[in-house]
Design a protein around this ligand. Structure first.
Ligand SMILES: Nc1ncnc2c1ncn2[C@@H]1O[C@H](COP(=O)(O)OP(=O)(O)OP(=O)(O)O)[C@@H](O)[C@H]1O
Ligand SMILES: [Mg+2]
Length: 463
Protein backbone atom coordinates (compact mmCIF):
# COMPACT_ATOMS: atom_id res chain seq x y z
CA UNK A 1 0.00 0.00 0.00
CA UNK A 2 1.34 3.42 -0.91
CA UNK A 3 2.37 5.70 1.94
CA UNK A 4 0.60 9.03 1.40
CA UNK A 5 1.07 11.01 4.60
CA UNK A 6 3.76 10.85 7.28
CA UNK A 7 4.09 13.21 10.25
CA UNK A 8 6.56 15.58 8.59
CA UNK A 9 4.46 15.98 5.45
CA UNK A 10 1.24 16.57 7.41
CA UNK A 11 3.01 19.27 9.41
CA UNK A 12 4.61 20.83 6.34
CA UNK A 13 1.35 20.81 4.38
CA UNK A 14 -1.00 22.21 7.02
CA UNK A 15 0.89 24.35 9.56
CA UNK A 16 -0.96 22.38 12.25
CA UNK A 17 0.59 20.79 15.36
CA UNK A 18 0.50 17.47 17.18
CA UNK A 19 0.41 17.34 21.01
CA UNK A 20 3.96 18.14 22.12
CA UNK A 21 4.53 14.76 23.76
CA UNK A 22 4.00 12.76 20.55
CA UNK A 23 6.93 11.63 18.45
CA UNK A 24 5.96 8.35 16.80
CA UNK A 25 5.74 8.61 13.04
CA UNK A 26 2.49 8.33 11.14
CA UNK A 27 1.85 6.08 8.16
CA UNK A 28 -1.23 7.40 6.42
CA UNK A 29 -2.16 5.23 3.45
CA UNK A 30 -5.44 6.96 2.61
CA UNK A 31 -7.59 9.97 3.45
CA UNK A 32 -11.15 9.78 4.81
CA UNK A 33 -13.83 12.30 5.73
CA UNK A 34 -16.42 9.70 6.77
CA UNK A 35 -15.92 7.06 9.44
CA UNK A 36 -18.53 4.82 7.81
CA UNK A 37 -16.15 4.18 4.93
CA UNK A 38 -12.86 4.76 6.74
CA UNK A 39 -10.15 2.16 6.12
CA UNK A 40 -7.41 1.33 8.65
CA UNK A 41 -4.43 3.58 7.86
CA UNK A 42 -6.56 6.51 6.64
CA UNK A 43 -5.94 10.04 7.82
CA UNK A 44 -9.38 11.14 9.06
CA UNK A 45 -10.21 14.81 8.44
CA UNK A 46 -12.99 16.01 10.76
CA UNK A 47 -14.95 18.34 8.48
CA UNK A 48 -17.74 20.48 9.85
CA UNK A 49 -20.79 20.88 7.62
CA UNK A 50 -24.18 22.51 8.07
CA UNK A 51 -25.78 19.32 9.36
CA UNK A 52 -22.81 17.21 10.39
CA UNK A 53 -19.66 17.52 12.44
CA UNK A 54 -16.77 15.09 11.93
CA UNK A 55 -15.40 16.03 15.35
CA UNK A 56 -18.17 13.89 16.86
CA UNK A 57 -16.61 10.86 15.15
CA UNK A 58 -12.93 11.32 16.05
CA UNK A 59 -12.96 8.54 18.67
CA UNK A 60 -14.68 6.20 16.20
CA UNK A 61 -12.06 7.04 13.57
CA UNK A 62 -9.20 6.21 15.93
CA UNK A 63 -10.95 3.01 17.03
CA UNK A 64 -11.34 2.01 13.39
CA UNK A 65 -7.59 2.32 12.85
CA UNK A 66 -7.14 5.88 11.54
CA UNK A 67 -3.41 6.64 11.23
CA UNK A 68 -4.06 10.26 12.21
CA UNK A 69 -6.91 12.70 12.69
CA UNK A 70 -7.04 16.31 11.53
CA UNK A 71 -9.29 18.40 13.82
CA UNK A 72 -10.02 22.00 14.77
CA UNK A 73 -12.31 21.48 17.77
CA UNK A 74 -11.07 20.16 21.13
CA UNK A 75 -11.21 16.37 20.95
CA UNK A 76 -8.61 15.09 23.40
CA UNK A 77 -4.84 14.90 23.29
CA UNK A 78 -4.31 11.61 21.49
CA UNK A 79 -0.83 11.86 19.91
CA UNK A 80 -2.31 11.04 16.51
CA UNK A 81 -4.51 14.16 16.42
CA UNK A 82 -3.18 17.02 14.28
CA UNK A 83 -4.69 20.29 15.50
CA UNK A 84 -5.34 22.90 12.82
CA UNK A 85 -7.29 26.18 12.62
CA UNK A 86 -9.79 24.94 10.05
CA UNK A 87 -10.05 21.36 8.80
CA UNK A 88 -11.44 22.28 5.35
CA UNK A 89 -8.51 24.67 4.81
CA UNK A 90 -6.14 21.95 6.06
CA UNK A 91 -7.57 19.49 3.51
CA UNK A 92 -7.07 22.07 0.77
CA UNK A 93 -3.49 22.60 2.00
CA UNK A 94 -2.92 18.84 1.86
CA UNK A 95 -4.35 18.88 -1.68
CA UNK A 96 -1.91 21.57 -2.81
CA UNK A 97 0.99 19.75 -1.16
CA UNK A 98 0.06 16.45 -2.82
CA UNK A 99 -0.32 18.20 -6.18
CA UNK A 100 3.15 19.81 -5.84
CA UNK A 101 4.94 16.53 -5.15
CA UNK A 102 3.09 14.67 -7.93
CA UNK A 103 5.34 14.31 -10.97
CA UNK A 104 2.79 12.65 -13.27
CA UNK A 105 0.36 14.20 -15.73
CA UNK A 106 -2.85 15.88 -14.55
CA UNK A 107 -6.12 16.24 -16.43
CA UNK A 108 -9.17 18.19 -15.25
CA UNK A 109 -12.67 17.69 -16.63
CA UNK A 110 -15.42 20.29 -16.35
CA UNK A 111 -18.67 20.98 -18.23
CA UNK A 112 -22.42 21.20 -17.73
CA UNK A 113 -23.02 17.47 -18.29
CA UNK A 114 -20.80 14.48 -18.93
CA UNK A 115 -17.99 15.25 -16.46
CA UNK A 116 -18.18 11.98 -14.56
CA UNK A 117 -18.71 10.00 -17.77
CA UNK A 118 -15.59 11.53 -19.37
CA UNK A 119 -13.66 11.22 -16.11
CA UNK A 120 -14.49 7.50 -15.95
CA UNK A 121 -13.71 6.97 -19.63
CA UNK A 122 -10.34 8.67 -19.09
CA UNK A 123 -9.73 6.50 -16.06
CA UNK A 124 -10.24 3.37 -18.16
CA UNK A 125 -8.08 4.70 -20.99
CA UNK A 126 -5.23 5.86 -18.75
CA UNK A 127 -5.18 2.85 -16.43
CA UNK A 128 -4.18 0.84 -19.49
CA UNK A 129 -1.16 3.15 -19.86
CA UNK A 130 0.12 3.54 -16.27
CA UNK A 131 -0.84 3.94 -12.59
CA UNK A 132 -3.81 6.31 -12.56
CA UNK A 133 -5.42 8.18 -9.68
CA UNK A 134 -8.95 9.53 -10.07
CA UNK A 135 -11.90 10.94 -8.19
CA UNK A 136 -13.72 7.87 -6.85
CA UNK A 137 -17.15 9.41 -7.46
CA UNK A 138 -18.57 12.68 -8.78
CA UNK A 139 -16.24 14.51 -6.37
CA UNK A 140 -16.15 17.88 -8.08
CA UNK A 141 -16.77 20.58 -5.47
CA UNK A 142 -14.96 22.50 -2.70
CA UNK A 143 -14.43 19.31 -0.68
CA UNK A 144 -14.51 16.67 -3.44
CA UNK A 145 -11.62 18.14 -5.42
CA UNK A 146 -9.26 18.63 -2.46
CA UNK A 147 -10.17 15.18 -1.09
CA UNK A 148 -9.25 13.63 -4.45
CA UNK A 149 -5.93 15.48 -4.52
CA UNK A 150 -5.12 14.71 -0.86
CA UNK A 151 -5.38 11.03 -1.84
CA UNK A 152 -3.05 11.38 -4.85
CA UNK A 153 0.05 9.14 -4.62
CA UNK A 154 3.21 11.02 -5.63
CA UNK A 155 4.21 8.09 -7.83
CA UNK A 156 1.07 7.85 -10.01
CA UNK A 157 1.59 8.46 -13.71
CA UNK A 158 -1.79 10.14 -14.29
CA UNK A 159 -4.47 11.87 -12.25
CA UNK A 160 -8.03 12.63 -13.40
CA UNK A 161 -9.99 15.31 -11.52
CA UNK A 162 -13.60 16.40 -12.04
CA UNK A 163 -14.36 20.08 -11.46
CA UNK A 164 -17.94 21.28 -11.12
CA UNK A 165 -19.86 24.39 -10.20
CA UNK A 166 -23.34 25.61 -9.58
CA UNK A 167 -22.45 29.17 -8.59
CA UNK A 168 -20.23 31.76 -10.28
CA UNK A 169 -16.63 31.81 -9.07
CA UNK A 170 -16.32 28.14 -8.15
CA UNK A 171 -14.18 26.87 -11.05
CA UNK A 172 -11.15 29.17 -10.74
CA UNK A 173 -9.99 28.24 -7.20
CA UNK A 174 -10.55 24.53 -7.82
CA UNK A 175 -8.70 24.63 -11.14
CA UNK A 176 -5.82 26.52 -9.51
CA UNK A 177 -5.61 23.75 -6.91
CA UNK A 178 -5.64 21.01 -9.56
CA UNK A 179 -3.14 22.72 -11.91
CA UNK A 180 -4.08 20.57 -14.89
CA UNK A 181 -1.71 19.90 -17.79
CA UNK A 182 -4.78 19.19 -19.91
CA UNK A 183 -8.28 20.60 -19.39
CA UNK A 184 -11.42 19.15 -20.98
CA UNK A 185 -14.73 21.02 -21.26
CA UNK A 186 -17.48 18.51 -22.05
CA UNK A 187 -20.44 20.82 -22.72
CA UNK A 188 -21.84 24.24 -22.00
CA UNK A 189 -25.56 23.84 -21.38
CA UNK A 190 -28.33 25.10 -19.15
CA UNK A 191 -27.63 23.03 -15.99
CA UNK A 192 -27.99 25.19 -12.86
CA UNK A 193 -29.31 28.02 -15.03
CA UNK A 194 -31.39 29.36 -12.15
CA UNK A 195 -28.26 29.98 -10.08
CA UNK A 196 -26.04 31.10 -12.98
CA UNK A 197 -28.46 33.48 -14.72
CA UNK A 198 -27.56 32.86 -18.38
CA UNK A 199 -25.81 30.42 -20.71
CA UNK A 200 -23.29 33.16 -21.38
CA UNK A 201 -22.43 33.29 -17.67
CA UNK A 202 -22.07 29.49 -17.64
CA UNK A 203 -19.69 29.61 -20.64
CA UNK A 204 -17.61 32.35 -19.01
CA UNK A 205 -17.37 30.28 -15.83
CA UNK A 206 -16.36 27.05 -17.60
CA UNK A 207 -13.72 28.91 -19.63
CA UNK A 208 -11.99 29.82 -16.34
CA UNK A 209 -10.51 26.34 -16.28
CA UNK A 210 -8.22 27.22 -19.20
CA UNK A 211 -6.56 29.97 -17.14
CA UNK A 212 -5.18 27.27 -14.84
CA UNK A 213 -3.29 25.60 -17.71
CA UNK A 214 0.47 26.03 -17.91
CA UNK A 215 2.08 27.64 -20.97
CA UNK A 216 2.04 24.88 -23.56
CA UNK A 217 -0.82 23.01 -21.83
CA UNK A 218 -3.81 21.82 -23.83
CA UNK A 219 -7.48 22.77 -23.57
CA UNK A 220 -10.02 20.54 -25.34
CA UNK A 221 -13.40 22.13 -26.07
CA UNK A 222 -16.36 21.16 -28.31
CA UNK A 223 -16.14 23.29 -31.46
CA UNK A 224 -19.81 24.31 -31.30
CA UNK A 225 -19.59 25.43 -27.68
CA UNK A 226 -21.57 28.49 -26.57
CA UNK A 227 -19.21 31.37 -25.78
CA UNK A 228 -16.28 30.16 -27.92
CA UNK A 229 -14.66 33.58 -27.59
CA UNK A 230 -14.16 33.11 -23.82
CA UNK A 231 -12.31 29.85 -24.41
CA UNK A 232 -10.17 31.36 -27.16
CA UNK A 233 -9.27 34.37 -25.02
CA UNK A 234 -8.42 32.36 -21.91
CA UNK A 235 -6.30 29.83 -23.81
CA UNK A 236 -4.37 32.74 -25.32
CA UNK A 237 -3.91 34.35 -21.89
CA UNK A 238 -2.57 31.08 -20.48
CA UNK A 239 -0.35 30.44 -23.52
CA UNK A 240 -2.12 27.10 -23.89
CA UNK A 241 -3.03 25.25 -27.08
CA UNK A 242 -6.73 24.94 -27.81
CA UNK A 243 -8.04 21.83 -29.55
CA UNK A 244 -11.55 22.24 -30.92
CA UNK A 245 -13.37 18.90 -30.97
CA UNK A 246 -16.23 17.85 -33.21
CA UNK A 247 -17.21 16.07 -36.38
CA UNK A 248 -16.33 18.65 -39.03
CA UNK A 249 -13.08 18.86 -41.01
CA UNK A 250 -12.04 22.17 -39.41
CA UNK A 251 -11.80 20.56 -35.94
CA UNK A 252 -8.40 19.72 -34.41
CA UNK A 253 -10.03 16.66 -32.87
CA UNK A 254 -12.35 15.10 -35.43
CA UNK A 255 -14.64 12.10 -35.04
CA UNK A 256 -16.08 10.76 -38.28
CA UNK A 257 -18.29 7.85 -39.21
CA UNK A 258 -19.89 7.96 -35.75
CA UNK A 259 -22.14 4.93 -35.30
CA UNK A 260 -24.22 4.21 -32.23
CA UNK A 261 -26.53 1.30 -31.54
CA UNK A 262 -27.98 -0.44 -28.49
CA UNK A 263 -24.60 -2.04 -27.71
CA UNK A 264 -22.31 0.93 -27.96
CA UNK A 265 -20.71 3.56 -30.11
CA UNK A 266 -17.80 3.57 -32.53
CA UNK A 267 -16.05 6.24 -34.59
CA UNK A 268 -12.90 7.08 -36.49
CA UNK A 269 -10.79 9.62 -34.67
CA UNK A 270 -8.23 12.05 -36.03
CA UNK A 271 -5.96 13.86 -33.55
CA UNK A 272 -2.81 15.91 -34.10
CA UNK A 273 -0.26 13.15 -34.75
CA UNK A 274 -2.56 10.13 -34.37
CA UNK A 275 -5.54 8.57 -36.03
CA UNK A 276 -7.45 5.35 -35.56
CA UNK A 277 -10.76 3.71 -34.72
CA UNK A 278 -12.30 3.70 -31.24
CA UNK A 279 -15.23 1.97 -29.58
CA UNK A 280 -16.99 2.38 -26.26
CA UNK A 281 -19.65 0.19 -24.62
CA UNK A 282 -22.06 3.07 -24.28
CA UNK A 283 -24.87 3.78 -26.73
CA UNK A 284 -25.79 7.34 -27.71
CA UNK A 285 -24.10 10.07 -29.70
CA UNK A 286 -23.44 11.96 -26.48
CA UNK A 287 -21.38 9.03 -25.22
CA UNK A 288 -19.46 8.89 -28.51
CA UNK A 289 -18.74 12.59 -28.02
CA UNK A 290 -17.56 11.96 -24.47
CA UNK A 291 -15.30 9.16 -25.71
CA UNK A 292 -13.81 11.43 -28.37
CA UNK A 293 -12.93 14.00 -25.69
CA UNK A 294 -11.48 11.36 -23.37
CA UNK A 295 -9.19 9.96 -26.07
CA UNK A 296 -8.13 13.44 -27.17
CA UNK A 297 -7.18 14.19 -23.55
CA UNK A 298 -5.27 10.91 -23.24
CA UNK A 299 -3.31 11.83 -26.37
CA UNK A 300 -2.63 15.36 -25.12
CA UNK A 301 -1.27 13.81 -21.90
CA UNK A 302 1.18 11.77 -23.97
CA UNK A 303 -0.46 8.39 -23.34
CA UNK A 304 0.10 5.44 -25.66
CA UNK A 305 -3.00 5.56 -27.86
CA UNK A 306 -3.08 1.84 -28.63
CA UNK A 307 -3.37 1.11 -24.93
CA UNK A 308 -5.73 4.03 -24.33
CA UNK A 309 -8.16 2.86 -27.02
CA UNK A 310 -8.09 -0.68 -25.60
CA UNK A 311 -8.63 0.67 -22.07
CA UNK A 312 -11.56 2.83 -23.16
CA UNK A 313 -13.27 -0.24 -24.58
CA UNK A 314 -13.63 -1.57 -21.01
CA UNK A 315 -15.80 1.39 -19.91
CA UNK A 316 -19.50 0.81 -19.16
CA UNK A 317 -21.97 3.58 -18.21
CA UNK A 318 -22.41 3.88 -14.46
CA UNK A 319 -25.56 3.28 -12.41
CA UNK A 320 -27.94 6.17 -13.02
CA UNK A 321 -25.83 7.46 -15.94
CA UNK A 322 -27.15 5.32 -18.76
CA UNK A 323 -26.58 1.83 -17.33
CA UNK A 324 -28.91 -0.67 -19.03
CA UNK A 325 -30.41 -3.73 -17.37
CA UNK A 326 -32.94 -6.42 -18.18
CA UNK A 327 -35.55 -6.39 -15.40
CA UNK A 328 -38.93 -7.93 -14.60
CA UNK A 329 -37.81 -11.45 -15.33
CA UNK A 330 -35.85 -10.42 -18.38
CA UNK A 331 -38.93 -9.01 -20.10
CA UNK A 332 -38.29 -5.27 -19.83
CA UNK A 333 -35.21 -3.16 -20.60
CA UNK A 334 -34.44 -0.49 -18.01
CA UNK A 335 -32.37 2.54 -18.96
CA UNK A 336 -31.29 3.89 -15.61
CA UNK A 337 -30.65 7.62 -16.00
CA UNK A 338 -31.92 8.38 -12.51
CA UNK A 339 -28.74 9.90 -11.08
CA UNK A 340 -29.37 13.46 -12.20
CA UNK A 341 -31.03 15.59 -14.84
CA UNK A 342 -30.57 18.82 -16.70
CA UNK A 343 -32.10 19.89 -20.03
CA UNK A 344 -29.12 18.60 -22.05
CA UNK A 345 -28.96 15.25 -20.30
CA UNK A 346 -32.74 14.65 -20.54
CA UNK A 347 -32.53 15.34 -24.27
CA UNK A 348 -29.66 12.85 -24.54
CA UNK A 349 -31.55 10.27 -22.48
CA UNK A 350 -34.67 10.61 -24.64
CA UNK A 351 -32.54 10.17 -27.78
CA UNK A 352 -31.03 7.10 -26.14
CA UNK A 353 -34.51 5.68 -25.46
CA UNK A 354 -35.36 6.14 -29.12
CA UNK A 355 -32.08 4.51 -30.15
CA UNK A 356 -32.13 1.36 -28.03
CA UNK A 357 -35.85 0.49 -27.75
CA UNK A 358 -37.32 -2.20 -29.97
CA UNK A 359 -40.83 -2.32 -28.43
CA UNK A 360 -42.82 0.37 -26.61
CA UNK A 361 -40.75 3.36 -25.49
CA UNK A 362 -41.68 4.55 -22.00
CA UNK A 363 -40.20 7.75 -20.55
CA UNK A 364 -40.43 8.40 -16.81
CA UNK A 365 -39.43 11.96 -16.02
CA UNK A 366 -39.00 13.77 -12.70
CA UNK A 367 -38.34 17.48 -12.18
CA UNK A 368 -35.12 19.10 -13.36
CA UNK A 369 -34.06 21.30 -10.45
CA UNK A 370 -31.94 24.48 -10.05
CA UNK A 371 -33.45 26.12 -13.15
CA UNK A 372 -35.11 29.01 -11.27
CA UNK A 373 -37.23 31.29 -13.44
CA UNK A 374 -36.23 29.24 -16.52
CA UNK A 375 -37.86 26.06 -15.17
CA UNK A 376 -41.14 26.23 -17.07
CA UNK A 377 -39.50 27.06 -20.39
CA UNK A 378 -36.82 24.37 -20.02
CA UNK A 379 -39.37 21.68 -19.12
CA UNK A 380 -41.79 22.53 -21.90
CA UNK A 381 -38.86 22.69 -24.39
CA UNK A 382 -38.45 18.93 -24.00
CA UNK A 383 -41.69 18.37 -25.91
CA UNK A 384 -40.18 17.73 -29.39
CA UNK A 385 -37.65 15.21 -27.99
CA UNK A 386 -40.40 13.49 -25.99
CA UNK A 387 -42.69 13.25 -29.02
CA UNK A 388 -39.88 11.89 -31.17
CA UNK A 389 -38.68 9.22 -28.74
CA UNK A 390 -41.47 8.09 -26.39
CA UNK A 391 -44.79 6.26 -26.78
CA UNK A 392 -45.94 6.75 -23.19
CA UNK A 393 -44.75 9.38 -20.72
CA UNK A 394 -45.01 9.31 -16.93
CA UNK A 395 -44.10 12.45 -15.01
CA UNK A 396 -43.82 13.57 -11.40
CA UNK A 397 -43.19 16.90 -9.71
CA UNK A 398 -44.59 20.40 -10.25
CA UNK A 399 -42.15 21.33 -13.05
CA UNK A 400 -42.79 18.20 -15.10
CA UNK A 401 -46.52 18.91 -14.74
CA UNK A 402 -46.00 21.80 -17.17
CA UNK A 403 -44.56 19.39 -19.74
CA UNK A 404 -47.13 16.70 -19.01
CA UNK A 405 -50.01 19.11 -19.59
CA UNK A 406 -48.70 19.98 -23.07
CA UNK A 407 -48.54 16.30 -24.15
CA UNK A 408 -51.19 14.83 -26.43
CA UNK A 409 -53.44 12.57 -24.35
CA UNK A 410 -52.25 9.51 -26.29
CA UNK A 411 -48.77 10.00 -24.73
CA UNK A 412 -49.98 10.76 -21.19
CA UNK A 413 -49.28 7.76 -18.97
CA UNK A 414 -49.80 9.56 -15.68
CA UNK A 415 -48.58 12.35 -13.42
CA UNK A 416 -48.13 12.37 -9.62
CA UNK A 417 -46.69 14.96 -7.21
CA UNK A 418 -43.66 12.80 -6.33
CA UNK A 419 -41.69 9.73 -7.41
CA UNK A 420 -42.94 7.44 -4.62
CA UNK A 421 -46.49 7.84 -5.88
CA UNK A 422 -45.39 7.45 -9.49
CA UNK A 423 -43.52 4.16 -9.01
CA UNK A 424 -46.59 1.86 -8.77
CA UNK A 425 -48.23 3.56 -11.76
CA UNK A 426 -45.20 2.92 -13.96
CA UNK A 427 -44.86 -0.58 -12.62
CA UNK A 428 -48.47 -1.44 -13.42
CA UNK A 429 -48.18 -0.12 -16.97
CA UNK A 430 -45.11 -2.13 -18.02
CA UNK A 431 -45.46 -5.00 -20.46
CA UNK A 432 -43.06 -7.55 -21.91
CA UNK A 433 -40.90 -6.00 -24.65
CA UNK A 434 -41.02 -2.45 -23.23
CA UNK A 435 -38.00 -0.23 -22.76
CA UNK A 436 -38.35 2.20 -19.86
CA UNK A 437 -36.07 5.17 -19.30
CA UNK A 438 -36.10 6.83 -15.86
CA UNK A 439 -34.65 10.30 -15.38
CA UNK A 440 -34.84 13.25 -13.00
CA UNK A 441 -32.67 15.49 -10.83
CA UNK A 442 -31.16 13.86 -7.77
CA UNK A 443 -33.64 15.75 -5.57
CA UNK A 444 -36.55 14.26 -7.53
CA UNK A 445 -35.53 10.84 -6.16
CA UNK A 446 -36.30 8.87 -9.32
CA UNK A 447 -34.39 5.95 -7.82
CA UNK A 448 -37.69 5.02 -6.14
CA UNK A 449 -39.09 4.26 -9.59
CA UNK A 450 -35.95 2.34 -10.58
CA UNK A 451 -36.11 0.34 -7.34
CA UNK A 452 -39.77 -0.55 -7.86
CA UNK A 453 -39.09 -1.83 -11.36
CA UNK A 454 -35.76 -3.53 -10.69
CA UNK A 455 -36.85 -5.28 -7.51
CA UNK A 456 -39.93 -6.92 -8.94
CA UNK A 457 -39.93 -10.70 -8.65
CA UNK A 458 -43.63 -11.33 -8.51
CA UNK A 459 -44.31 -9.86 -11.93
CA UNK A 460 -45.36 -12.39 -14.53
CA UNK A 461 -45.76 -10.10 -17.50
CA UNK A 462 -48.06 -10.26 -20.46
CA UNK A 463 -47.22 -10.23 -24.12
N1 LIG B 1 -22.20 14.87 -23.44
C1 LIG B 1 -23.39 14.71 -22.86
N2 LIG B 1 -24.49 15.37 -23.32
C2 LIG B 1 -25.69 15.20 -22.74
N3 LIG B 1 -25.90 14.38 -21.70
C3 LIG B 1 -24.85 13.69 -21.20
C4 LIG B 1 -23.54 13.82 -21.76
N4 LIG B 1 -22.71 13.02 -21.08
C5 LIG B 1 -23.44 12.41 -20.13
N5 LIG B 1 -24.73 12.81 -20.19
C6 LIG B 1 -25.83 12.41 -19.30
O1 LIG B 1 -25.89 13.37 -18.25
C7 LIG B 1 -26.13 12.74 -17.00
C8 LIG B 1 -25.02 13.07 -16.05
O2 LIG B 1 -23.82 12.51 -16.55
P1 LIG B 1 -22.48 12.68 -15.76
O3 LIG B 1 -22.67 12.16 -14.38
O4 LIG B 1 -21.39 12.12 -16.58
O5 LIG B 1 -22.38 14.26 -15.75
P2 LIG B 1 -21.72 15.24 -14.67
O6 LIG B 1 -21.38 16.47 -15.45
O7 LIG B 1 -20.63 14.56 -13.95
O8 LIG B 1 -22.91 15.56 -13.68
P3 LIG B 1 -22.83 16.24 -12.19
O9 LIG B 1 -22.85 17.72 -12.44
O10 LIG B 1 -24.07 15.73 -11.54
O11 LIG B 1 -21.57 15.77 -11.55
C9 LIG B 1 -26.26 11.25 -17.29
O12 LIG B 1 -27.62 10.95 -17.40
C10 LIG B 1 -25.55 11.08 -18.62
O13 LIG B 1 -26.07 10.00 -19.37
MG1 LIG C 1 -20.30 14.33 -11.96
Amino acid sequence: MTLLWNRADLLAATSGHFPSASHADIAGTGVSIDTRTLQPGDVFIALKGENSNGHAHVAAALDAGAAAVVAHEPCGDDPRILHVDDTLVAMQDMARFARMRFAGRMVAVTGSVGKTSVKDMLRHALQACGPTHYAVASYNNHWGVPLTLARLPATAAYCVCEIGMNHPGEIAPLAAMVQPDVAVVTTVASSHLGLMGSIDAIAREKAEILLALPRGGTGIVPHDVTGAAYFRANAATAGATLWWAGTTADCTVQATDVKSDAHGSGFDLRLPGWQGHARVNAPGRHMAGNAMLALAAAHALGADMGHAVAGLATFHPGAGRGAMARVMHDKVTLLDESYNASPASVQAALDLLGLVATGRRIAVLGDMLELGAFARHEHVSLLPAVRANADIVFCCGPNMKTLFDTLPSSLQGGWTPDSRQLAPLVHAALRAGDTVMVKGSLGSRMRHVVAAIAADDAWVGQA
